[in-house]
Write a protein that binds this ligand. Sequence first.
Ligand code: G6Q
Length: 545
Amino acid sequence: MSVPKLRQLATWGRLESHQREIAAIHLRQLFADEPDRGTRYSLEAAGVYLDYSKNRVTAKTLDLLVQLAEESGLRSRIDAMFSGEKINVTERRAVLHVALRAPRGQQIFVDGKDVVPGVHAVLEKMAAFAGQIRSGAWKGHTGKPIKNVVNIGIGGSDLGPVMAYEALRDYSQRSLTCRFVSNVDGSDVAEATRDLDPAETLFIVSSKTFTTIETLTNAHTARAWCVQALGDERAVARHFVAVSTNAAEVAKFGIDTANMFGFWDWVGGRYSVDSAIGLSLMIAVGPENFRQMLNGFHEMDEHFRTAPFARNLPVILGLLGVWYNNFFGAETLAVLPYDHYLGRLSAYLQQLDMESNGKQVDLAGNRVDYSTGPIVWGTPGTNGQHAYYQLIHQGTKLIPCDFIGFCQTLNPLGRHHDLLMANFFAQTEALAFGKTEADVRADGVPDFQVPHRIFAGNHPSNTLLLERLTPEALGRLVALYEHKVFVQGTIWQINSFDQWGVELGKVLAGRITPELESPGAPPPAHDSSTNALIRRYRRLKGGAG
Ligand code: G6Q
């Protein structure tokens, strides 16, 4: 279906005037007007409870936002994605991360071929390999079992596995050490390997294209480290496996393609954690936990695909984001997980969201005249409270927040969990309701401090409350954000599935590298700033001063 330009949609103008009507209304007022707001504006599906009552919305706002989703053709876009249409138009690819968690027997076609059997074949191959590593049956070159697993990858081939490994560490086999190397800075691979025994170490080289300079540089360094220590080129076969779509390059590196785990061009890097890119995770937590995680993903997929928009978690989260981004001028979103194991979730979501929706032209290639994807950031609670929350509470910027918490802890230790969660609830309450001048004066605060100790409140937040951080819960949570990003990309009429900015980075450094490496390179021919910096670097890089 063809959709008019976003700002020409009838609902867009209605949302603009509605925003003017309610912009000045405080959350205190909204809660006073609707005493049952806390339960009325909440949703529960696929094991996730979302309280979105502390948002600057009324029933009318939500009606209009849902109407916007409908007018934007969201329903047909969802169907197009799930049925394997090539909605990644700039790369002419289907977008089928949902097929990675489709149960056996479900059929999803790309170019007339059902892709689900292939997905399960790779999962089985991964499970067999993971089982061998976990049991010690797979022996290294000298006959020792593997004790260390190092994933080498970057971007989508790193952030997903490391985030999920950290999230599910409690479920991991503790006799195995798992590490993740991504940065081309040699210090990354040096620190990751320095205390490991090469005879007991397996490297998983994870790269969809197998041409990414960071990953290949790290993989070659790891290969040299391994071969030198074990004194035999043949060691590579027992200590290196690959996850890739590029068998020719994998073979060129010296990895037996029998030890390659494949995936497909319809899996985007940042949507690949549940493909073979998650091999390190599967080795760590075992095939059964990995399957449970896939079940969680699938549960959220089904909810997203079938639930009416007004009761659809990714749709509601996505629309609330559009509300602040486009009607309140908010530039950013803080994601604040109150769980130590989710230490890398914000970084993961940062890529998922910013690489997907950091776009300035629409699907037809026309420059958009509205704001698209937000800046996403955050760290786990309560650490942020002792750092940047000050700005969220009392700064001049509007920063919508997602708070994520669990009712049960994986480490019941004394009062820790109740203290953690007391902070979790207290923050959303304080952000919404603030502290008035009267409250401050009632506390006996001296006059000169009063203005400094007032909290305006009216800061919106979502609260996502789950029962326990299980593999299923992680799958549900990640799928929720994947689909939320898709909802927003659909409203903004952009392609959430390409990443030309990343591709540019891959080319740019390649141009300067020879100017740094070859001693006889001609003088640099860039702008005066870059030239001077390169000259200085060349002069000092040897360390002689
Ligand atoms: C993700 C991006 C990007 C990609 C990396 C690694 O969606 O495309 O982050 O994952 O650039 O690419 P390779 O897996 O091809 O090495």
